[in-house]
Design a protein around this ligand. Structure first.
Ligand SMILES: Nc1ncnc2c1ncn2[C@@H]1O[C@H](COP(=O)(O)OP(=O)(O)OP(=O)(O)O)[C@@H](O)[C@H]1O
Ligand SMILES: C=C(C)CCOP(=O)(O)O
Length: 269
């Protein structure tokens, strides 16, 4: 497993302008069993990383940033400590419980990608990111390490995490917020959010093909069915609407199609 095939040629010669990356979020509810603390859904993770490896091998995706959510790792510990995207903690043990759980899940994702020859490397938001103006303010996520890793042919893998927050100590940053920052800062080509549902569902349970404003779908949107400290589907749609790049929300069955360049599930413009 090496980044050489995908990255700069390493001899200092100038490379052609790089393709804009694709940003993919693997929902915690997909890759873990969200109702059983710290349980990876091995079959679902394997299916997702098979699809990622195939897309990189076939060249349908050239540059890829992966973000994963918390599932039964981060959300479980955050909820036990009363920590969320808006409620913080100054207790270092609580911060470590949440962060260590996310690092354990990150290791499982990395290892599944490595088994398939994907040159994936971790980027841990707790060490990089901040909300310098408190919970209502913008998220600061320096992208130099992720962009440079991408340029060198790696697949950076970020995850929902704790984040330093002025006035609150450490709060939670969701994978959905990271996806938005990454997509905007790296000028992503497109964004995919793979969750357990086949898309954003209307009041009758049918997939809404496209969304261009929050008002049009606000009634159908709810939080998550499982323990979730970051707002579930409503927060996801709100984040993705703020993006310039086209985004798709789809279920595991749509992942291959998304990586092929299609827009399965719900498209959010
Ligand atoms: N209108 C809706 N359409 C689809 N899902 C909805 C809707 N309203 C609420 N939901 C809930 O949102 C959930 C998806 O959000 P959730 O944050 O749990 O997923 P995830 O991103 O895969 O997980 P994680 O936050 O752990 O990464 C669905 O499982 C469903 O319970
Ligand atoms: C609970 C933690 C630490 C991560 C939340 O990330 P998300 O699952 O993408 O909302």
């Amino acid at each position: 497993m090496t980044a050489d095939d995908r990255g700069s040629d390493g001899d200092g010669s100038s490379a052609p302008a790089a393709d804009p990356p694709v940003v993919l979020k693997l929902g915690g509810s997909v890759i873990t069993e969200k109702d059983r603390p710290e349980t990876v859904d091995d079959a679902a993770l394997a299916a997702a990383t098979d699809a990622v490896a195939a897309a990189l091998d076939h060249g349908s995706v050239d540059r890829l940033v992966v973000v994963h959510g918390g599932g039964s790792f981060g959300h479980h510990h955050a909820s036990e400590h009363g920590v969320s995207t808006t409620e913080g903690t100054h207790d270092a043990d609580a911060v470590m419980d949440v962060h260590d759980a996310m690092v354990r899940l990150n290791r499982a994702v990395l290892s599944s990608l490595h088994d398939r020859g994907v040159p994936a490397v971790p980027v841990h938001p707790l060490s990089l990111s901040a909300r310098p103006e408190g919970t209502g303010g913008d998220l600061d996520l320096p992208l130099s390490s992720t962009a440079t890793l991408l340029g060198e042919g790696f697949v950076p893998v970020l995850h929902g995490d704790g984040v330093a927050t002025a006035g609150e100590g450490v709060t939670v940053v969701s994978g959905d917020e990271l996806v938005v920052e990454l997509a905007a800062g790296l000028e992503a080509d497109r964004v995919g959010v793979c969750s357990t549902v086949p898309g954003v569902l209307d009041a009758e349970g049918s997939v809404i093909p496209s969304i261009d404003s929050l008002e049009s779908v606000a009634e159908a949107l709810g939080a998550s069915d499982a323990t979730d400290v970051s707002g579930g589907m409503a927060a996801k749609v709100e984040e993705l609407l703020a993006l310039d790049a086209p985004a798709s929300v789809f279920g595991p069955d749509g992942l291959e199609a998304f990586l092929r360049g299609d827009a399965p599930g719900t498209r959010i413009d």
